[in-house]
Design a protein around this ligand. Sequence first.
Ligand code: SAM
Length: 246
Amino acid sequence: THFGFRDVPLGDKQTLVNDVFHSVARRYDLMNDLMSAGLHRVWKDIMITALNPPRGDAPFALLDIAGGTGDIAFRAAKAAGFGFRATVCDINIDMLEVGHNRALAQHLDHQVSFVEGNAEALTFPDRSFDAYTIAFGIRNVPRIDAALREAYRVLRPGSRFLCLEFSTVDVPGLDWLYDQFSFRVIPPLGRAVTGDAESYQYLVESIRKFPRPNVFAEMIRAAGFSRVKWESLSGGIVALHSGWRL
Ligand code: SAM
């Protein structure tokens, strides 16, 4: 079957997204490495450097939304000190299960916990975290403005919002190459590895639909964040947005 992701109502979009990640969960980490030729690791490291979690014993609580199989939380935990705790929150239990098993294998389960939840309506109290990260997640959330408002609500004043997401390639030549890669390589590669080309067709389409970085920065400001900045990585394939709750 072919579903046009572009035209689905918001409620149905979440159902489609859930099917996508249910279908790819077990192969998700492998696919990331294959599709980005390992580059996602570099982008994630750049996010962790920007997060700069404290090295000491002072308590620091990170909320990693759409945290999936735990990559951001694990990387942050390895860069941080003993006071560091991360809560990985994701709407998809299959992704969280893979993440929890990885935490056990890496002996990080005392620092990183996994919670099911929706970015648009978090169950955490107001002002309960020292940082909020979302990596390659916001694009999948149907109501981005609701997710940004929730991010602001759960952050303590003086803490940081960081978002890593696919963006708009703006380098002549690279844009053509990126299109070829997106439409000709990714879906067949997705089919070969996960048996599911449609999920990776979704991936490509959702990247194209996501707002341009300046527009997304404006949405972050509209949610209440201050000193909003963004930096374009790898010719615009990815952007890192950041802001402060003051
Ligand atoms: N952050 C991880 C990483 O960088 O590897 C995983 C990113 S994965 C591409 C996107 C994740 O967003 C999936 O695990 C999916 O279940 C999750 N997701 C989609 N919609 C969500 C929502 N409304 N609330 C929370 N998580 C959501």
